[in-house]
Ligand binder design. Structure first.
Ligand code: SF4
Ligand code: SF4
Length: 192
């Protein structure tokens, strides 16, 4: 036992003498310096385009005739584990919805949402679907609450696209200002 202790002390002495641990640390540091960067330059140079089954911001859908699919049954708000959906029903026989009952209020609080998809699963009319929008940062909690009118706006889904990829970002200028969009002609597979 005493021999073992003395030999490990000798090893420790030589490790300190030749800066072995220091050199090991430097090797890791320099290794990262020369390895290829995996940092995503989001959003100025690159954007992530989510895969089809990604669960992002909610959408309320209409049927082919443009009628609202939501019948304000409140199943989504009942099943929601974080109680972040508010549905207030009202009677409407103008043909706005597929039934005479439509939501007067349909709000979702994204600050509390888990994006679990339970609301989507519970919906009997497929009115609510989680879309692919993931850029919804806001400066205050009130802006994190989305209302029915915003949720009824269709979200663009590129049909040709399969799977999650990184895409080169491009600046688009229109009447609303400048925004950064993904260039779907210039993509690479995401490293997992
Ligand atoms: S995704 Fe989940 S947490 Fe979010 S609103 Fe739907 S049920 Fe609630
Ligand atoms: S979205 Fe679906 S589950 Fe929620 S209130 Fe409307 S019809 Fe019912």
């Amino acid at each position: 036992m005493a021999e073992l202790n003395s030999s490990s002390k000798v090893i420790e002495f030589f490790k300190k003498l030749f800066f072995v641990d220091f050199i090991k640390g430097l090797r890791v540091t320099f290794g990262y310096n020369v390895s290829k960067s995996i940092t995503e330059r989001y959003p100025d140079e690159e954007k992530w385009v989510p895969y089809r089954r990604f669960r992002g911001v909610h959408n309320l859908w209409r049927d082919e005739q443009g009628r609202e699919l939501c019948v304000a049954c409140e199943l989504c708000s009942k099943i929601c584990p974080t109680d972040c959906i508010t549905v207030i029903p009202m009677e409407d026989d103008t043909g706005r919805g597929i039934a005479d009952r439509v939501p007067k209020v349909w709000d979702v609080d994204l600050a509390r949402c888990l994006f679990c998809g339970y609301c989507e699963d519970a919906c009997p009319t497929t009115a609510i679907r989680l879309g692919r929008e993931y850029e919804f940062a806001s400066y205050d909690l009130a802006s994190a609450v989305l209302h029915k009118d915003e949720l009824l706006l269709p979200q663009p889904v590129p049909e040709s696209f399969k799977g999650g990829v990184h895409a080169r970002a491009r600046f688009v200028r229109d009447k609303d200002g400048i925004r950064v969009e993904a260039d779907l002609n210039n993509t690479r597979k995401r490293k997992t």
